[in-house]
Design a protein around this ligand. Structure first.
Ligand code: ATP
Ligand code: MG
Length: 244
């Protein structure tokens, strides 16, 4: 078998006295869409915050693409090609769509004195192309992100991940507060990503959505992994039993 895209061993996280993640072992193959389920407080967000450099594990090892890795900051995660999409936090609402798409990777042009300034025009053009590539059509990339609907926001975040060739995409409750139509669009994106060989971790309380898009389902309860199943071998009622 080829080496896993991501592999964690003996991962623990304590927040003070709270043992939020307990001895997690998990291997995720490249291009797999992994659905992560569990009740409130099960440790799902804790796990993905460790992978995205928001928190550090208290104990345990992470291997990414076969190499031992320390993910200490969000920049480390970005450099590895791990992109995380939360409902609201991954964007700066007052800034334009284009600026948001290029956060941390701004294009600059060089002035005569050798100092760089932002190449707004190049970013706006490339942003619109990237967004169109995921089938989202916006008139302008100069509008502030706060004017987008929830589904459009997810679309822009997914366009960013695809445009910069993220290798792993983590979606933590991406469909919260979205309309049915917008939700279906996000679920479509997730399927497209998997089909393109991008590894996806998809977290949702909507077990129907998880069952629809995932290749594999992992359940957490009270910080421990309690189930790890091929999606084809399970159904929604069984998933409900697993997490309650
Ligand atoms: N920053 C923090 N400081 C202290 N405790 C925390 C912190 N973040 C999470 N916890 C605790 O860690 C445990 C796991 O929380 P986590 O957010 O990982 O759960 P979750 O599975 O994502 O839940 P939900 O489905 O409600 O989002 C909970 O007991 C929670 O209260
Ligand atoms: Mg959570």
């Amino acid at each position: 078998m080829s080496e896993p895209h991501l592999s964690v061993r003996g991962l623990h996280k304590w927040y003070g006295a709270v043992h939020a993640l307990r001895d997690l072992d998990l291997d995720i193959p490249k291009g797999q869409v992994l659905g992560l389920i569990g009740d409130n407080g099960a440790g799902k967000s804790t796990f993905i915050k460790i992978l995205s450099g928001v928190h550090q594990q208290t104990e345990g090892q992470i291997h990414f693409e076969g190499k031992p890795t320390r993910i200490v900051t969000p920049r480390d995660a970005m450099n590895l090609g791990i992109e995380t999409i939360y409902q609201y936090t991954a964007m700066v609402p007052e800034m334009s769509i284009a600026r948001n798409l290029f956060i941390g990777r701004e294009k600059r042009k060089w002035g005569v004195r050798g100092f760089g300034f932002l190449d707004q025009r190049a970013m706006a053009k490339e942003a619109l192309e990237a967004i169109a590539d995921v089938g989202l059509h916006l008139r302008s990339a100069e509008a502030p992100v706060k004017d987008l609907s929830g589904g459009q926001l997810q679309g822009v975040a997914i366009a960013r991940a695809m445009h910069f060739r993220s290798r792993m995409l983590i979606l933590d409750e991406p469909t919260n507060h979205l309309s049915v139509k917008e939700t279906n669009k996000v679920l479509d994106y997730v399927r497209q990503l998997g089909a393109q060989g991008i590894t996806v971790i998809f977290i949702s309380h909507n077990l129907h959505h998880v069952h629809e898009v995932s290749d594999r389902i992992v359940a957490f309860a009270q910080g421990s992994k309690v189930a790890d199943l091929e999606t084809a071998d399970t159904d929604v009622p069984t998933m409900i039993d697993l997490i309650t």
